[in-house]
Ligand binder design. Structure first.
Ligand code: NAD
Ligand code: KPL
Length: 319
């Protein structure tokens, strides 16, 4: 036998790396339950002892999919556990990601993989700067999930995950874990094009659904506004060297509006539930980049002003 069980190096090399999941919200729970269900080692990381006790009292994480509910007794720990981390899935909102990861820097092994699920742009770079000894992989996800109660998630929308490392095109070997878990994905050497494209879609749809207080489909009544935003965003993307992400943007925005006509956008849902939005990582990021590149974007700037005014009037954070 080549790998005797009492040989510590051999067993360590054979042990699959643990998936540490930071943020037991919608997407974090969706990933944690699917990875665990496939027999992979998973640890949920929650903020503090009180949250850990609440989680343990409930007996695990519940996943609801196609009307079937199942609870999985996934191990959990707090941020200040001393277990080293080799693979971390960051499933916080964009505005929480950097601070949450900084709390774990001492636990992150040299060369650890850090997967970033955040929507928009800006938070990924902030995290990468905070953990230069790790490999950060960005994920652009079109899956849909929401929490129906604490420690319970509903997998509401089949989608896809694009993954990539802007600094290293080589795919990691742990993509096999995603395949084994039934997580639809593909590695791409140009993840920024995916992130920019999604950001542009979100900027053309989400703020308008908030301001017009409507479902995605009702934006067809505001077709001129959508078209103007798409033209400015396409111009901005091209100026940033993202011409592929700019191509046929307006046509795709219309296609998404029609395909999701009955839905409320994620930003609309955040505002309706009095939650902070990710404005700074979506519209805010686009406006800042436009200013930096001296790229004319009057409709985008005006949209940001109107959205900030709307959020302020409702006592919501504007950053
Ligand atoms: P969420 O609010 O449901 O979950 C975030 C979780 O992170 C919360 O449980 C929060 O308590 C936890 N958290 C924050 N700071 C923490 C800390 N310091 N320590 C431990 N836990 C901490 O958010 P979500 O909907 O899962 O979204 C996560 C990201 O994924 C967002 O950027 C979002 O835009 C993106 N996204 C979400 C969906 C979706 O369907 N939910 C789809 C695509 C992309
Ligand atoms: O991703 C979305 C969201 O609501 O955040 C879509 C459906 C594409 C609308 O922008």
């Amino acid at each position: 036998m080549f790998f005797a069980l009492d040989h510590p190096q051999a067993t360590d090399a054979m042990k699959p790396a643990i998936w540490h999941i930071l943020g037991a919200g919608s997407l974090g729970s969706l990933w944690a339950t699917r990875l665990h269900r496939a027999g992979l080692p998973v640890r949920l990381i929650v903020r503090d002892a009180a949250r850990l006790a609440a989680y343990q009292a409930g007996g695990g994480l519940t996943l609801e999919h196609n009307g079937q509910r199942r609870t999985y007794p996934i191990e959990a720990q707090t941020l200040d556990s001393d277990e080293p981390i080799e693979r971390l899935l960051v499933a916080c909102k964009a505005y929480d990601a950097e601070r949450a990861v900084r709390a774990l820097t001492g636990r992150l092994a040299q060369g650890a993989d850090v997967l970033l699920l955040q929507n928009g742009l800006g938070s990924q770079q902030a995290v990468a700067d905070a953990v230069p000894h790790a490999r950060c992989v960005c994920v652009s996800s079109t899956e849909g999930a929401f929490r129906d109660e604490d420690w319970s998630v509903v997998f509401a929308g089949q989608g896809f995950n694009w993954l990539g490392d802007p600094y290293d095109p080589a795919p990691p070997d742990w993509l096999n874990d995603l395949t084994a878990s039934g997580i639809a994905h593909q590695w791409t050497p140009d993840i920024f094009a995916r992130l920019w494209r999604k950001l542009a879609l979100n900027c053309s749809i989400n703020p308008l659904t908030v301001l017009h207080e409507c479902r995605n489909g009702e934006l067809l009544d505001h077709a001129q506004e959508v078209e103007t935003l798409c033209a400015e965003l396409a111009h901005l993307l091209t100026r940033c060297g993202q011409s592929e992400a700019a191509s046929d943007l307006h046509a795709e925005v219309l296609r998404v509006i029609e395909a999701t006509a009955a839905n409320y956008s994620s930003m609309h849902q955040d505002v309706a539930q009095g939650r902070r939005t990710e404005i700074s990582y979506l519209l805010g990021y686009a406006c800042d980049v436009a200013a930096r590149h001296h790229c004319p974007a009057p409709a985008l700037y005006r949209l940001r002003e109107r959205l900030i005014g709307y959020l302020k009037a409702r006592g919501l954070r504007t950053d």
